[in-house]
Unconditional design. Structure first.
Length: 233
């Protein structure tokens, strides 16, 4: 019997049929060939169907290709970033609440003059509502308690429309240092936060303005700003 390519099953089976027919024609030979042909066709049909099922499953698993993914219709906004501020007059650095703006002092405070948010001696911070804040510093060789006493006396002398004494005096963290928060009821609650660092007294004022945030978020932002302070030296 001649040799055949085992990989070409259809051709090999056809030549085998011819060989069997040429050699003899015993009873039942035709039926055997027909049965073999049907089994061969059935196996090929089952294999083809299995291939289609596998291909369909692969498409279902992978879904749409990357090229079919539609881009977002609206750009994703960048996260809000707190801006850093370094005082050119007093040397400290802090991080502003999101949306707040800052303006540098143009003169150095002498420790005696009355101050307002518009004074040239203050670093001014403006909030997103009517809230505002400012900061100043002065040389001070004594301790924090002594400066708190001095600041209360200065406040009573330069702002007679406010009570002479704060309604509340409590600890507060300023740049990782111990500080004191003085709350004055001047129609609105005014906060003065003070600390002494490396022979310098720093203090920060917070004024909620005429229309403060109802949820107190402006005051929370002020306290967070205090915690972010970094002192020179």
């Amino acid at each position: 019997m001649p040799e055949y390519d085992t990989f070409d099953l259809d051709a090999a089976f056809g030549r085998l049929e011819q060989d069997i027919a040429g050699i003899s024609d015993p009873p039942g030979a035709g039926a055997a060939i027909t049965t073999a042909r049907r089994r061969r066709q059935t196996r090929w049909g089952v294999a083809a169907l299995a291939a289609l099922v596998v291909a369909g499953s692969a498409v279902g698993l992978h879904g749409r290709t990357g090229s079919d993914v539609e881009p977002p219709t609206h750009p994703i906004p960048a996260p809000a970033v707190r801006q850093s501020f370094t005082s050119t007059t007093y040397g400290y650095t802090l991080r502003l609440p999101v949306g707040w703006k800052a303006a540098h002092a143009t003169e150095r405070w002498d420790g005696r003059a009355a101050l307002l948010s518009e004074s040239p001696e203050v670093d001014r911070f403006t909030g997103t509502t009517t809230a505002n804040s400012f900061a100043v510093a002065r040389s001070w060789r004594r301790g924090l308690d002594a400066y708190v006493t001095s600041l209360v006396a200065w406040q009573a002398r330069t702002h007679p429309y406010c009570p002479s004494k704060p309604a509340i005096e409590k600890p507060v963290a300023i740049g990782g240092s111990h500080g004191v928060l003085l709350e004055y009821n001047c129609d609105v609650l005014i906060d003065l936060a003070v600390t002494v660092k490396h022979g310098v007294a720093y203090w920060f004022l917070f004024d909620p303005g005429n229309e403060p945030a109802l949820d107190g978020s402006d005051h929370v932002a002020f306290l967070r700003m205090l915690r972010s302070v970094e002192f020179p030296g």
